[in-house]
Design a binder for this molecule. Structure first.
Ligand code: NI
Length: 134
């Protein structure tokens, strides 16, 4: 089994906020990340897909398909949008890197043999998710 990685990058706004908590508690937990009008990141998303090497091509993954899925499910959906303002389906979701990693996984996993997904929120913050079935 070989693991093939591919990355995409997109800009997205968000605000860390838990509606179940008071404004003071939110400020205490999230600090500047709780600023009412939000802030943005240049996110990098990397997926690793598992596959056998095709002896005919030497490849383990369908790269055009990977690019199409990443473009359709992630970049077109989220690039230049605000996660907490623009997506009613995610209303109330705390947009931490941890939760975003699981949301991105759920969007991509139906289409690709995902083995690992990594979300880089900043140069210093990264989150990795391997799915629930490990
Ligand atoms: Ni942030």
């Amino acid at each position: 089994m070989i693991y093939f990685g591919r990355r995409v990058s997109f800009s997205m706004g968000h605000r860390l906020h838990n509606h179940a908590l008071s404004d003071a508690e939110n400020r205490a937990i999230y600090g500047k990340c709780n600023n009412p009008n939000g802030h943005g990141h240049q996110y990098t998303l990397e997926v690793l897909v598992a596959g056998e090497v095709d002896p005919k091509t030497g490849f383990s993954a369908n790269l055009p398909l990977m690019d199409e899925i990443l473009r359709r499910e992630i970049v077109e959906r989220f690039d230049h949008y605000d996660f907490n303002a623009d997506f009613p389906e995610y209303a109330g979701v705390i947009s931490s890197g941890e939760n975003l990693a699981r949301i991105f996984w759920d969007l991509i996993a139906p289409h690709l043999p995902l083995a690992r997904l990594r979300v880089e929120e900043t140069e210093k913050n990264a989150f990795e998710y391997f799915g629930e079935n490990r």
